[in-house]
Write a protein that binds this ligand. Structure first.
Ligand code: ACO
Length: 226
């Protein structure tokens, strides 16, 4: 088949062009064997990173009908730290974070949501902080002007210059793409509230999100009721 705009050969294959894998998130070309090979490799590594075999000593901080949340702390056995690092790298690569190590590894607590198929489908990294800067509400007339949903989600937002007291900073929160909108992020945050500071329950105001993505902002807005 030939026409002026044709860039790929139509040899009867079922699908053309770039596609995004709904589980590992890789964008690749279905009709390119090299791309398919790269995708297979990446996909296997991704599944390996989120696979959870179970540990003799695990710190279970919450249990649900569809899974449990375990907490990994600095100083835990190597295998636990490695799993937390592996899952964090998966989240970081999806978030486009370049920084591969934590800014304060000795203080960070990692919460992992394990589903009933023994996969880590949620990861949250929380760090102690002292202050945070509130995201300012957008003026009403702007809201009317931006009818386009995409623009609304991706526009820049402004923060107050006045610091407010906060105790816990969420440096990353990530849920496996196929497990979203099942309350996993909400349950991880509720667990942080009750376990981050021993013996006390944090209010929603004492938790701050670092530089959220559009998804993260929508979620944080709902979670904080702001
Ligand atoms: N768009 C609009 N509203 C949303 C979205 C979204 N993408 N995600 C969550 N919400 C709101 C909804 O009101 C939702 O309630 P509903 O499902 O009853 O309507 C409510 O938040 C609770 O959502 P959860 O199910 O608890 O959230 P989920 O488990 O899906 O995880 C998360 C949300 C972590 C943002 C997930 O979409 C994700 O991993 N995205 C990619 C990574 C990312 O952007 N992480 C945030 C980075 S910012 C940071 O790390 C500080």
């Amino acid at each position: 088949k030939q026409d002026d705009d044709q860039l790929i050969i139509d040899a009867g294959q079922k699908q053309f062009g770039a596609t995004t894998c709904s589980s590992c998130g890789m964008v690749y070309s279905l009709d390119n064997p090299e791309d398919n090979f790269q995708h297979n490799q990446f996909h296997q590594r991704f599944l390996e990173s989120i696979k959870y075999v179970g540990w003799k000593k695990e710190r279970v901080v919450a249990e649900f009908w569809d899974g449990k949340i375990i907490l990994v702390m600095p100083g835990d056995p190597k295998y636990a730290i490695k799993k937390a690092d592996d899952v964090r790298h998966v989240a970081d690569s999806e978030l486009g974070f370049q920084q591969l190590t934590l800014s304060r590894p000795t203080q960070a607590k990692t919460y992992l949501f394990i589903n009933s198929e023994r996969m880590v489908v949620g990861c949250l990294v929380a760090e102690p902080i002292r202050r945070a800067y509130r995201v300012l509400e957008q003026p009403e007339h702007h809201k009317d002007m931006t009818k386009d949903d995409f623009m609304e989600r991706h526009r820049a937002w402004c923060c107050s210059t006045v610091p407010e007291q906060a105790l816990c900073g969420i440096s990353r929160i990530w849920v496996f793409s196929l497990a979203r909108r099942q309350g996993i992020a909400t349950r991880m945050l509720d667990t942080v509230r009750s376990t981050f500071v021993y013996g006390s329950h944090l209010t929603k105001q004492e938790i701050a999100f670092s530089d959220p993505t559009p998804d993260g902002k929508q979620f944080a807005t709902k979670f904080s009721n702001t």
